[in-house]
Design a protein around this ligand. Structure first.
Ligand code: F6P
Length: 306
């Protein structure tokens, strides 16, 4: 989000606009936590993870009353257009403000990559690289000790990260919320891998998978599938760290485009990556829908785990 903020601020400044930053998202908006942003305020942040404006989950903003209060704050602060960076909740909030008549443009940011209307959201590539690095390291110890490792990634409702990590890290088994897998199938896949002479086995599981990581590992150890199994839960490390080259470029392009969209007089749109292009997608289409992970990759990973 930091490289994106930099791009929004400096593009707006280049168009001779005044820029204000709202701290802690909608929560800060309701408290009028608004600060002026110049070019220097967004200096030195291109390589920093997170957001220097901080973020927050705001229950009040879910209510009509909260949204009207936010609108009043925006108007009282002399703000004439808003860029909202965030996940599906943020996009729904952005859509609500647009419907109240406030010029608003959204930028998708969620490591789950489940936001409708864009091939990639901000943070996904960085998270995936963090997972890849972790799995590569775990594979070293798995291989030395001839163990199976179950690595849990984030993704309460979306299996995108686990699925992609499964493909790029050569997992024997992938567990995601979108696909029901029985414990016996997992055990037989690992036992088979052992029988084929593999020195280790990797299971990548999304946190929202139907079978829980600890339970799977307990059962595999009880069933004596060949390898001893260990669990590693990656947790919130996946949401931090210096953004990758891909993420910096995506964030920069989305930030620039969002300002251009607002300046063109368009409101109620989200900037999305479609093919190689940045395109405005109506927030009406985005809000309340979610992007599904492509399950073709599931089969691809299965075939390649020989
Ligand atoms: O950013 C999305 C996400 O990573 C989900 O995959 C996960 O379930 C959730 O955030 C965790 O959020 P929290 O920080 O509230 O635990």
């Amino acid at each position: 989000m930091n490289p994106c903020l930099r791009a929004v601020v400096r593009t707006a400044l280049a168009h001779r606009l005044e820029v204000m930053g709202i701290r802690q998202g909608f929560e800060g908006l309701l408290r009028s936590d608004i600060i002026p942003l110049g070019a220097r305020e967004v200096g030195g942040i291109l390589q920093r993870g997170g957001t220097f404006l901080h973020t927050g989950r705001c229950a009040e903003f879910l209510e009509e009353k909260g949204r009207h209060a936010a609108l009043q704050t925006l108007e009282a602060s002399g703000i004439e257009g808003l860029v909202v960076i965030g996940g599906d909740g943020s996009m729904r909030g952005a859509y609500a403000l647009h419907r109240l008549g406030f010029p608003t443009v959204g930028i998708p940011a969620s490591i789950d990559n489940d936001i409708w209307g864009t091939n990639m959201s901000l943070g996904v590539d960085t998270a995936l690289n963090t997972i890849m690095e972790a799995v590569d390291k775990l594979r070293d110890t798995a291989s030395s000790h001839q163990r199976a490792f179950l690595i849990e990634t984030m993704g309460r409702r979306s299996g995108y990260l686990a699925l992609m990590a499964g493909v790029i890290c050569g997992a024997e088994v992938i567990l995601i919320p979108e696909k029901e897998v029985r414990l016996e199938e997992i055990a037989s896949a690992i036992e088979d891998a052992y029988g084929r002479g593999k020195t280790h086995a990797i299971i990548v599981a999304a946190e929202g998978a139907s079978v829980k990581a600890a339970h799977v590992s307990e059962q595999l150890n009880a069933l004596k599938v060949g390898f001893d199994t260990r669990v590693t839960i990656l947790g919130h490390v996946q949401r931090g760290g210096s953004p990758t080259a891909f993420d910096r470029m995506l964030a920069t392009r989305m930030g620039v485009k969002a300002v251009e969209v607002l300046l063109s007089g368009t409101s109620g749109a989200m900037v999305g990556l479609s093919g190689r292009e940045m395109v405005p997608i109506p927030l009406e289409e985005v809000a309340g829908r979610s992007r599904q992970a492509n399950l073709d990759y599931y089969e691809m990973a299965r075939v390649l785990a020989r």
